[in-house]
Design a protein around this ligand. Structure first.
Ligand code: S3P
Length: 419
């Protein structure tokens, strides 16, 4: 689809990271929690199915999800759990499973089976869980029991690993701490506090007190800034565009995309700021802007980890060379995103160089339509769709149905605002 600009007002899907956490934390709290604006997309449905298989009573009404928590202790699994495509499901849930008396086996799809799990099995084993894995990959089997607290120093900045350790810490008698090189998204810390856990944060170190008792809570999930990112870039690179994206989560551990686009010269404003259930949200207004290149290094990567593919699309339209470094983690996402961004945008005419831990993108170039592959990676499919809006000629995106992983209504939303 190519366009003559983008205009209007949209809401994007609810936040994926917060939706996973809402289900998991309310499942191990004591009482009934109501989740409003939950993301009904494949990844979060994987989490819901796994929790149901572990005996949690989850009722999906149209306007809310009602979870009857079981006060830390889950029932044994009825079968092998399937995390599908979702790294967040397997990594976060393993922290909770490490506190259970029974053993649980988890599998996933082809992509998830290639993603590293040692990053979570190592700290969980330190805490006393017994884990079998396929040499650090799925399937894994987690047998929990009495855990001891750890003071864990992680080599990588990862909200998934951090959340896994904090969840296990709920079951360990004493203070469990997790330190990471740069601060990653902090939704787990915020939500655990809201459910009554004792959590303290000092710079990049988070601590939780176990054995915890969580009370139930009601949650409203803001719009996903990682979903909004596709439309922010679509508007900023398309002439004659002005777009308002309503009720987007603007947690400062997620807003790297806004800082980067502003640095590149984007005209962005934030209106109607408010806070619900410990998470800030606002409207984002963005219009077509003449962009210049920027540099993104490892300190900033955790704040925009999922936005690099679409930032690369913006960089193809910026004057100068945009350099992204310290982004090696992108090689172990749903696909190798550094390789995929480079190969597929090149097919559309982009001038990109791929490095071990980053990319250099020279612009501006006129993109052209081509047959490109998402490699079944939802964020690749949506980034390529954004690129196709400014391409001369038609682009064909293979395996674009994978948007269902995080944003089932992506193409309908796009149709609504393309002039
Ligand atoms: C997520 C954390 C990030 C992100 C992923 C979701 C989360 O992964 O890429 O899409 O919900 O905690 P890492 O924390 O492993 O970088």
């Amino acid at each position: 689809m190519s366009s003559n600009g983008i205009a209007g007002e949209i809401e994007v899907v609810p936040d994926k990271s917060i939706s996973h956490r809402a289900l998991m934390i309310s499942s191990v709290s004591d009482g009934t929690s109501r989740i409003k604006n939950f993301l009904r997309a494949d990844d979060c449905i994987s989490t819901m199915n796994c929790l149901r298989n572990l005996g949690v009573d989850i009722h999906d009404k149209d306007d809310e999800i009602i979870v009857r928590g079981s006060n830390l202790e889950l029932k044994g699994p009825q079968k092998v759990l399937d995390a599908g495509n979702s790294g967040t499901t397997v990594r976060l849930l393993s922290g909770i499973l490490a506190g259970q008396k029974f053993a649980t086996k988890i599998t996933g799809d082809e992509s998830l089976s290639k993603r590293p799990m040692k990053r979570i099995t190592a700290p969980l084993e330190k805490m006393g869980a017994q884990i079998k894995s396929n040499n650090g990959y799925l399937p894994i089997e987690v047998k929990g029991g009495r855990l001891k607290p750890v003071d864990y120093n992680s080599e990588i900045s990862s909200a998934q690993v951090k959340s896994c350790v904090l969840f296990a810490g709920l079951y360990a008698n004493g203070i469990t701490s997790f330190t990471e090189p740069c601060k990653s998204r902090d939704h787990t810390e915020r939500m655990l506090k809201n459910f009554g856990a004792e959590v303290s944060v000092v710079k990049n170190r988070v601590s939780v007190k176990g054995i915890a008792k969580l009370h139930s809570s009601d949650i409203y999930i803001p719009g996903d800034i990682s979903a909004a990112a596709f439309f922010m870039v679509a508007a900023v690179i398309n002439r004659n565009s002005e777009l308002r994206i309503k009720n987007v989560g603007i947690n400062p551990t997620r807003t790297g995309i806004i800082d980067v686009l502003k640095r590149m010269g984007a005209k962005i404003s934030i209106e109607h700021k408010k806070e619900i259930a410990g998470e800030p949200l606002a409207d984002i207004i963005i219009e077509f802007s003449d962009l210049k290149s920027t540099e993104i290094n490892k300190n900033e990567i955790p704040l925009l980890i999922d936005e690099i593919p679409v930032i690369a699309v913006a960089a193809t339209q910026a004057h100068g060379t945009t350099k992204i470094s310290g982004a090696g983690e992108l090689r172990v996402k749903e696909t190798d995103r550094l390789k995929a961004v480079s190969s597929e945008l090149k097919k559309m005419g982009a001038d990109i160089e791929e490095f071990e831990d980053g990319l250099a993108i020279k612009g501006p170039v006129k993109l052209k339509g081509a047959k490109v592959d998402s490699f079944n990676d939802h964020r690749m499919a949506m980034s390529l769709a954004v690129a196709s809006l400014i391409a001369e000629g038609d682009a064909e995106i293979l395996n674009k149905e994978c948007v269902n992983i995080s944003f089932p209504s992506f193409f309908e939303t796009m149709k609504k605002i393309v002039k």
